[in-house]
Design a protein around this ligand. Structure first.
Ligand SMILES: NC(=O)c1ccc[n+]([C@@H]2O[C@H](COP(=O)([O-])OP(=O)(O)OC[C@H]3O[C@@H](n4cnc5c(N)ncnc54)[C@H](O)[C@@H]3O)[C@@H](O)[C@H]2O)c1
Length: 286
């Protein structure tokens, strides 16, 4: 997709971080912007801020883990603008400990938002986009955690690996069907956002019961701090949005930071050489 002016974008997780920066970038490109998020106040604020800059916006509170809410989002977007050209399935959260210590609620919440959110987006939007026959583009947000593997983030990693695979499959299916809908998978490295406060949006019925979650060991606490610092020192969401638009213009499928190439390569070589998984850890100085 080369031109954006006058077209319609839908962004989930648009109230904060990468989603908000994508919404701002869409507005700068002259698009009509549909913002969706579970956090209503922040969503309305983001929408008002864009409208104050002259953008045409529509804010639709949406929990992407709920099929009927994403269906309502798609219906309203298509009713209001008679088309959607650019879809960002971006909303995401993180939680969990080791694969066996993460609670059932951790698994249900993270897979519900990160994986089912993308599935619902595809199921509600793609048929309508195909029917409209307009040129379209879909960007699903995964993570570098979807291209590599490491300890301690099993729930998040499983959700993001699934999003990468789902998006690769979607790419093949849409290409083979002859549709004029392009697809990319966004795999950010570290971006300075509010992802570390994801618990703010955890619904009451998926909270962990008191004492259900294991206390972190000293070593695990240090690892969590290293991750937190890496995100605080990460690239700006605005720069991430620029990289995304560059990839959309080039119709390039994979969007990831070049400095992570070695990690991806190591994992691929592990697989090809039948070698056991290499442990790649964040450096302490991060
Ligand atoms: N920040 C990073 O370093 C990083 C790295 C890799 C991948 N990602 C991915 O980028 C995406 C955006 O995250 P971010 O870093 O901008 O974090 P963020 O917390 O700043 O923004 C995430 C947004 O998603 C919304 N959200 C949460 N649950 C939702 C739900 N059920 N329905 C609808 N909206 C919901 C939040 O309210 C928030 O506005 C996520 O998919 C995340 O996994 C981020």
């Amino acid at each position: 997709m080369k031109t954006f002016q006058g077209k319609v974008a839908v962004i989930t997780g648009a109230a904060s971080g990468i989603g908000r920066a994508l919404a701002e970038r869409c507005a700068q490109e002259g698009m009509k912007v549909v913002l969706a998020d579970i956090e209503e106040q922040a969503l309305l604020q983001a929408s008002q801020d864009l409208a104050a800059q002259g953008a045409q916006t529509l804010a639709i509170p949406t929990d992407v883990s709920q099929a009927e809410e994403v269906e309502t989002l798609a219906r309203k977007a298509f009713e209001t603008y008679a088309g959607v050209h650019l879809l960002f399935n971006n909303a995401g959260v993180g939680a969990g400990q080791t694969a066996w210590e993460s609670t059932l609620a951790d698994w249900q919440w993270v897979l519900g938002v990160n994986l089912w959110g993308v599935i619902h987006g595809i199921r509600s939007f793609v048929p309508r986009m195909l029917e409209s026959r307009a040129e379209g583009y879909i960007v699903n947000t995964a993570s570098m955690a979807g291209l590599t593997s490491g300890p301690g983030l099993s729930v998040y990693m499983a959700s993001k690996h699934a999003v990468v695979s789902l998006t690769e499959t979607l790419y093949h299916e849409l290409t083979l069907s002859g549709a004029s809908i392009g697809v990319s998978v966004l795999c950010p490295g570290f971006v300075k956002t509010h992802i570390q406060d994801a618990e703010r949006n955890r619904p009451a019925h998926l909270q962990n019961a008191p004492g259900e979650q294991k206390q972190l060991s000293q070593e695990e606490q240090e690892e969590a701090q290293i991750l937190k610092r890496a995100i605080q020192k990460g690239i700006s969401p605005k720069y991430q949005a620029e990289m995304v638009f560059e990839a959309i213009r080039e119709e390039r499928f994979y969007i990831y930071p070049p400095e992570f190439k070695r990690g991806i390569q190591t994992r691929m070589e592990d697989i090809l050489q039948l070698r056991n998984p290499t442990l790649l850890l964040l450096k302490k100085e991060q």
